[in-house]
Write a new protein. Structure first.
Length: 128
């Protein structure tokens, strides 16, 4: 029974991430999910978000000194972070296929992935 419940909750959380097209934080996903499933706990949302990331259903956008954001767009892309309001935006740029091969580091370090996060100020914040 708990497997089915977790699957239903996970599906609901995945639908919420996909419906919020602005790279929501876990807190935003929780607030939206609880509207339609009032008995869901914050811990359940956080746990299932991490499972969805592990399963490759969504991406986690880690923000230094800020809350992690989640992205339903799985294609390779980068992000821009507004350090004024905390919003995340997709950045369209050519893939840097050979970046991993060109990167220099400790000889025994196995590179697994590279995520680029641009920092700046979004147009909404600049207009304020």
């Amino acid at each position: 029974m708990s497997i089915s419940r977790n699957t239903i909750q996970r599906s609901l959380i995945l639908q919420t991430v996909r419906s919020l097209h602005h790279h929501p934080t876990a807190e935003e996903i929780y607030r939206e999910t609880v509207k339609y499933h009032p008995n869901i706990s914050k811990a359940t949302v956080y746990r299932n978000l991490n499972l969805l990331v592990q399963q490759g259903e969504i991406l986690k956008v880690e923000v230094p000194d800020g809350a992690d954001h989640f992205d339903f767009k799985l294609q390779y892309h980068h992000h821009a972070y507004c350090h004024k309001c905390g919003s995340i935006y997709d950045m369209e740029m050519p893939a840097l296929e050979d970046m991993m091969e060109r990167a220099k580091g400790p000889q025994d370090f196995l590179l697994e992935e590279c995520n680029i996060l641009f920092r700046g100020v979004c147009s909404k914040c600049r207009q304020k």
